[in-house]
Write a protein that binds this ligand. Structure first.
Ligand code: TYD
Length: 417
């Protein structure tokens, strides 16, 4: 835990939201770019940073101290395509339908903006209904997929300048949405200023991200990686946006990404605050999300999880069992590099995303192979890195079970199921 990696100048000593001095309560050690799947010729250039989370005692924001430059994570070869999960497609369809049926109901010619719109998985639902929309997406390759499906997309990082540009061209927005994006943006203040500049006085900002309450409860430490500069709670979201004239008016738990929270914010005083907000704030205090001691316990739980996973895989290897990973998730990069689990313990990781196949995982360099390699010769054990898609995956992997295969999970605790 004494690992100290050279800083690249993007690490902070003060909270990104309220400037209070902060210090990491633990380190996951030397970490590569979570989606930086690579080929052997790229090993010498592989970038590492120190992954270490800190908790702000003042505003309650959980954040990583150092984050690599955005261009290192989001670029023309970004490996993450939202559309790969059928459940996620249904989830975003439902979310879009809810927005249309509530906030947009009765509005003439409404305008919907989405930040980090990826391959258009959410906005395609608005496009299909002929609703004016614009995605703002910094990774050109995924933006191109969205455009090819009729989703209007601007390839840019969102901030006040982009917001003013969008407003000048399209007018103010009725709804600004973001899913699994807001927690990626270190300059949350800049985004909030952009929202202030673009949103109608009776508009709303709706975003959802992995929820800190679930991360603490389930020891799902793998939600912490380079892209996730923040892990939000109602406490920290309320505090962060209050500084920019936005009230937290609703919270809705989601099952996606292993436990997420959807936050609705509106210009100060423009909407009643749902009772769910007070209830969740009270629950978070009861859970201790506002107390440093909670994060010390979390660190101890991470250490236990690490020890148990390494012990289990080492035992299975000793017994001559074949273990294969299932889903080369971003999250798995934290698990593999924190635990030091490499190709000696995991033969390969199966993944359906073409851009990841044939490459090696960041840092630990485990081969990523097409799904067909998993089904062609089932291993004895499959380590479920895509645990957030457990229901969807279990539903389609009966044959693996029937062939005697077993699943290894590590959330909420390490075990064989
Ligand atoms: P995801 O869970 O969205 O995780 P993260 O945000 O941590 O990257 O990524 C899921 C990964 O798992 C993605 O690379 C696709 C892969 N996957 C499969 O290989 N098979 C499946 O059945 C599912 C649902 C996902």
């Amino acid at each position: 835990d004494s690992f100290q990696f050279p800083r690249d100048g993007r690490s902070v000593t003060q909270c990104r939201i309220c400037d209070t001095p902060i210090k990491a309560f633990m380190t996951f050690g030397r970490m590569p770019i979570a989606n930086g799947f690579l080929t052997p010729d790229q090993f010498p250039q592989e970038h590492f940073f120190e992954l270490a989370p800190a908790f702000c005692p003042e505003c309650g924001m959980l954040q990583i101290v150092e984050q690599p430059a955005p261009e290192m994570m989001f670029h023309e070869n970004y490996a993450f395509f939202s559309g790969t999960s059928r459940y996620m497609q249904m989830h975003f369809q439902r979310m879009a339908e809810q927005v249309m049926a509530t906030i947009l109901a009765g509005r003439s010619d409404p305008f919907v903006v989405e930040l980090g719109s990826n391959d258009g998985i959410m906005l395609r639902n608005f496009a299909a209904k002929g609703i004016r929309h614009l995605g703002c997406e910094p990774s050109e390759n995924v933006a191109a997929v969205a455009r090819s499906q009729g989703v209007n997309t601007l390839c840019a990082f969102f901030g006040r300048d982009t917001a003013l540009k969008i407003r000048a061209e399209h007018g103010p927005a009725d709804v600004i949405q973001a899913a699994n994006v807001m927690c990626h943006i270190p300059d949350l203040q800049g985004v909030a200023k952009g929202v202030e500049a673009l949103l109608k006085p009776d508009g709303v900002l709706i975003f959802e991200d992995p929820y800190l309450g679930d991360v603490i409860e389930k020891t799902s430490y793998d939600q912490i990686y380079d892209e996730h500069v923040f892990v939000f709670s109602a406490i920290s979201v309320k505090n962060a946006f209050a500084r920019h004239g936005l009230d937290l008016v609703n919270v809705e738990p989601q099952v996606t990404h292993g436990g997420s929270m959807r936050y609705t914010l509106a210009p100060k005083g423009s909407r009643p605050v749902a009772s769910a907000v007070e209830a969740l704030l009270a629950k978070e205090v009861a859970q201790g999300l506002d107390k440093a001691a909670t994060y010390d316990r979390f660190r101890a739980n991470c250490e236990t999880s690490k020890r148990e996973l390494v012990a289990l895989l080492t035992r299975l290897k000793g017994e001559g069992k074949r273990v294969v990973g299932y889903g080369a998730t971003s999250k798995s990069t934290t698990v593999l590099n924190y635990t030091g689990i490499g190709p000696d313990l995991i033969e390969f990781i199966s993944d359906t995303t073409p851009i990841k196949q044939g490459k090696l995982t960041p840092g630990m360099h485990i081969p990523v192979k097409p799904y067909g390699d998993f089904t062609a010769r089932y291993p004895d054990y499959a380590l479920l890195f895509a645990w957030n898609h457990k229901a969807e995956i279990m539903e389609k992997e009966d044959a693996f079970k029937a062939a005697g295969g077993q699943w290894i999970v590590y959330v909420p605790s390490v075990g064989v199921v």
